[in-house]
Design a protein around this ligand. Structure first.
Ligand SMILES: [Ca+2]
Ligand SMILES: [Ca+2]
Length: 458
């Protein structure tokens, strides 16, 4: 598949803003009470400067370290013991889990009209192309008939969704549509429909980090929604201000027509959403958002800031980042959040890396789960030097139950035990979720390279 050049250098976002450097930035006097205790407000103290340099060194070294070792989040750690999935993962009574497929680096999941499961993937390593997998199930026995690689030459095709015969794929800066894909899995034709999202090169240019892998969903309003995370992923010091300047080109959710036309910024102030679903009744977009990686080597930051569940009731809403993290004011950026900022409807544990989110639209789970939102919590990232069982949050599947008004009223852990070992070594990490037409739940796991199926046996 050719990688087409951009047809235009003009972006619908307008010019990229100036990027600040730490020397440009002072520390505001107004610090939230929580942060007075945590001393975040003293970024200009010698101790904090050392801490900041340490954090930056660890974070910036990670992409290099990630090129070696089996565990991309855990270089140098011994491989954990991996039990058969049915023995390892704990589920509520009556539920069963089995391995559905083994594919490398599975991320986003989508379901075709004929039962094919499409799988987006994501390799962190530069220069390694990632595949898009198709798992056809022509006989509809909920066991894949095989594994087919769809097209080739992708960069980071993390986000996939399916609608009316077409597969949509977001690959870094570009969005593709593959029509009639299920009738020609071996010869699918990607058509480029949009190519002006921020590229990996642009994202990495100033930061060496940032978010260039993207999530995609097809909406009930027949528009394609794509999340565009922050350019920076280490929001300390000046980075929070850069994140503010970068909007709306980054830190947003955008949408477009299925042919790539009529591009719009749907939501801003979103740090990095890797899970979106449309409420099956209201059509509102609900999405997870990963909280900032504040100085995670400091125990004071093990429990802040929270990850978020957000509910967008209309276009044009601002979800607070980087001025607010959950409901916590940013300790560095200062200033007021834009008027009308929308707080999260639920806060998850800090650094739990909440990714895929799906409303349960099946009928084979017990009635209490109908209409509830399942969430894949990938688990605490990037705390490699100091990660312990005490500071890892997430690495599980949870459920958010809604009340009669449609607001979250209760949170429960649904599937636990993905994390094994005594030193918080990851063996399995849930990424995205998908409801099959028999009501069973698929779970992708980019750590183990597997997809699981959970069903209710009663
Ligand atoms: Ca089959
Ligand atoms: Ca927010």
């Amino acid at each position: 598949m050719p990688r087409p050049e951009r047809e235009s250098t003009v972006t619908p976002f307008g010019p990229v803003g100036k990027h600040l450097v730490p020397s440009d930035v002072g520390v505001p006097g107004r610090i939230a009470a929580r942060f007075n205790v945590l001393e975040v407000g003293v970024m200009d103290s010698p101790r904090s400067r050392r801490r900041l340099r340490t954090v930056a060194a660890v974070a910036f070294a990670s992409p290099l370290l990630l090129t070696c070792g089996d565990d991309p989040t855990d270089p140098g750690r011994p491989a954990p013991e991996v039990l058969p999935i049915a023995e390892q993962v704990r589920l509520p009574p009556g539920f069963r889990i089995e391995e559905f497929a083994r594919v490398t680096r599975p991320r986003s999941l989508a379901l075709g009209d004929r039962g094919t499961v499409f799988v987006g993937t994501y390799y962190f390593t530069k220069g390694v192309t990632s595949p898009v997998w198709a798992l056809p199930d022509a006989d509809r026995d909920y066991t894949p008939d095989g594994v087919i690689e769809i097209a080739k030459g992708w960069g980071t095709p993390n986000g996939v969704d399916f609608h009316d015969g077409s597969l949509f794929v977001v690959d870094e800066d570009r969005v593709f549509r593959l029509d009639e894909v299920e009738t020609r899995l071996q010869a699918a034709v990607p058509v480029l429909i949009y190519s002006d999202l921020p590229s990996r090169a642009e994202t990495e240019e100033a930061t060496h980090l940032g978010h260039w892998w993207r999530y995609l969903r097809y909406g009930p309003d027949d528009r394609v929604y794509v999340s565009v995370g922050t350019r920076w992923s280490l929001e300390v010091g000046a980075h929070s201000l850069n994140d503010a300047v970068d909007q709306p080109r980054y830190s947003s959710i955008v949408s477009m027509s299925p042919d790539g036309s009529d591009f719009r910024v749907f939501a801003t102030g979103v740090r990095n959403s890797m899970g979106m679903d449309f409420h099956p009744v209201t059509g509102e977009l609900w999405f997870t958002d990963n909280g900032s990686s504040w100085p995670f080597s400091d125990p004071d930051f093990y429990d802040v800031p929270p990850d978020e569940l957000n509910r967008a009731t209309k276009p044009g809403q601002h979800f607070g980042f980087p001025w607010l993290h959950g409901r916590l004011p940013d300790p560095v950026s200062g200033g007021a959040a834009p008027a009308g900022t929308i707080p999260p409807v639920h806060e998850f544990a800090a650094h739990s890396a909440t990714l895929g989110a799906r409303f349960y639209t099946g009928s084979s789970f017990p009635a209490r789960y109908h209409g509830a939102l399942f969430v894949a919590e990938h688990g605490t990232e990037a705390t490699t030097p100091i990660r312990t069982l005490d500071n890892v949050h997430g690495d599980r599947i949870s459920v958010v139950f809604l009340d009669a008004d449609g607001d979250p009223e209760r949170y429960e852990v649904f599937a636990d035990g993905f994390l094994t070992g005594t030193n918080a070594t990851y063996s399995r990490r849930p990424v995205d979720l998908l409801i099959l037409d028999d009501g069973s739940l698929l779970v992708s796991d980019d750590q183990a390279g597997a997809i699981y199926r959970i069903w209710y046996e009663g």
